[in-house]
Design a protein around this ligand. Structure first.
Ligand SMILES: NC(=O)c1ccc[n+]([C@@H]2O[C@H](COP(=O)([O-])OP(=O)(O)OC[C@H]3O[C@@H](n4cnc5c(N)ncnc54)[C@H](OP(=O)(O)O)[C@@H]3O)[C@@H](O)[C@H]2O)c1
Length: 243
């Protein structure tokens, strides 16, 4: 096994995930670019390699059991372990998402990717994370899923428009993250949620105000936490996000 740290970033072909891969690569990590579509995946890997980074493509659809199992096999064969898993892939389900008129199918689709996808990938990768000296899991959440912010003063402005599929999917993800933290409390795996801020990407029609590089910073920090660092937290650049 190589001493070089190895990470897997899901949904790394574009947006924030791509910049997380680039940031970890710049720190000297070997980075698996998890992406479901080959052309986009190959293009991202080529861009990262052109920048002198150690990147490799991992065919990965987080909603597909077989795809996720094959991704774990690929990393096992390549490195025998995984040091950081960044569960970044996510969708909004489109809009508008008013609770009174939403199509339940939209909620199912969003939860399948944003929540069950994270569970599927995490469980496939846990044996590999268990072979790392300093394993880290980062779940890309959003402050729009913060129940405290939604119910507090200024909820409308700080947590975006009403979105009954997307926002609760991130609250669900936060809750799921804490269940992993509890189950794995006796291990050395540090597990945290990240909020990237409002970032200009495909996800929001590039209406965000931050760059994908800025949005990647907290996830990179959490993926590279020193031993003894925080676990079971929810962080953005400015500090802790209330649940
Ligand atoms: N942008 C923001 O302001 C913002 C704010 C808070 C949180 N976030 C979160 O940050 C994460 C990244 O979002 P982004 O803004 O960078 O969006 P993005 O540019 O749309 O990127 C989303 C990524 O997820 C991938 N993906 C979607 N479904 C997938 C699946 N089933 N299997 C594998 N990959 C899948 C996409 O792949 P394809 O190219 O194949 O579709 C793409 O690579 C998401 O979890 C999002 O909820 C974003």
């Amino acid at each position: 096994m190589s001493d070089k740290k190895i990470a897997l970033v899901t949904g790394a072909n574009k947006g924030i995930g791509y910049e997380i891969a680039a940031g970890l690569g710049a720190l000297g990590w070997s980075v698996g670019v998890g992406a479901r579509e080959q052309t986009r995946r190959d293009a991202a890997v080529a861009r990262l390699r052109d920048a002198g980074l150690d990147a490799f493509g991992v065919s990965l659809d987080v909603t597909d059991d077989r795809s996720v199992a094959a991704a774990a096999d690929q990393i096992a064969e390549r490195a025998g372990r995984l040091d950081a898993l960044v569960n970044n892939a996510g969708i909004t389900g489109g809009g508008p998402q008013q609770p009174s008129s939403v199509d339940p199918a939209v909620i199912r689709t969003v939860v399948e990717t944003n929540v069950i996808g994270v569970i599927r990938v995490t469980n496939a990768m846990l044996p590999l994370l268990g072979r790392s000296a300093s394993p880290r899991i980062v779940n890309m959440s959003s402050s729009v899923g913060s129940l405290a912010r939604q119910s507090g003063p200024g909820g409308e402005t700080s947590t975006g428009p009403v979105a009954v599929a997307y926002a609760p999917s991130k609250s669900f993800l936060n809750a799921v993250t804490l269940q992993y933290v509890r189950e794995l409390a006796d291990t050395n795996i540090l597990i945290n949620c990240a909020c990237p801020g409002y970032v200009a990407t495909d996800l929001n029609g590039f209406r965000g105000v931050r760059t994908p590089q800025q949005g990647a910073a907290t996830a990179i920090r959490l993926a590279t936490l020193p031993d003894g660092g925080p676990t079971g937290g929810f962080f953005e650049d400015a500090g802790v996000v209330p649940w």
